[in-house]
Design a protein around this ligand. Sequence first.
Ligand SMILES: Nc1c(C(=O)O)ncn1[C@@H]1O[C@H](COP(=O)(O)O)[C@@H](O)[C@H]1O
Length: 164
Amino acid sequence: MANADVAIIMGSQSDWPTMKHAADTLDQLGVTYEARIVSAHRTPDRMYDFARSAKSEGFKLIIAGAGGAAHLPGMVAALTPLPVFGVPVESKALSGEDSLLSIVQMPAGIPVGTLAIGKAGATNAALLAAAVLALTDPGVETALDTFRAERTAAVAEVPSNEAH
Ligand SMILES: Nc1c(C(=O)O)ncn1[C@@H]1O[C@H](COP(=O)(O)O)[C@@H](O)[C@H]1O
């Protein structure tokens, strides 16, 4: 049984610098998560076992990051009823456009909520996951409200001499 609401999975250890932004954001919001390396290509049996048991383990949402031929989010979505948010990790050869296109164009019936490439996508995947959890968890709702208010307050105003 998982002691976490969110599973953060990724195709490789090399995805962690990106996916860490999802983990850090969930930390800030007090949302519990577990991070695991799972690859549709390199560890297909582990991917199958993870996806099939994710719901019964107690996870409520999955954030899946992968780069290049990023089949992991879609394959996991095909095997679990849980919501899956896909994060395209920036690839060296094609700057993550390959990752994005591998994740975003799912056939109707098997959705993956696809985020932006890289850090922004990982951060927003965590915020979306928290927003879903906040529907039934007042603690997360409050944390999310505070997070958003702090972000708003942190936006610097345009200096008056540069305003047009
Ligand atoms: N796209 C996938 C999958 C998958 O989709 O199952 N498994 C690994 N990978 C990706 O391969 C890239 C390079 O991995 P390495 O750095 O380990 O060579 C990573 O971005 C990973 O997500």
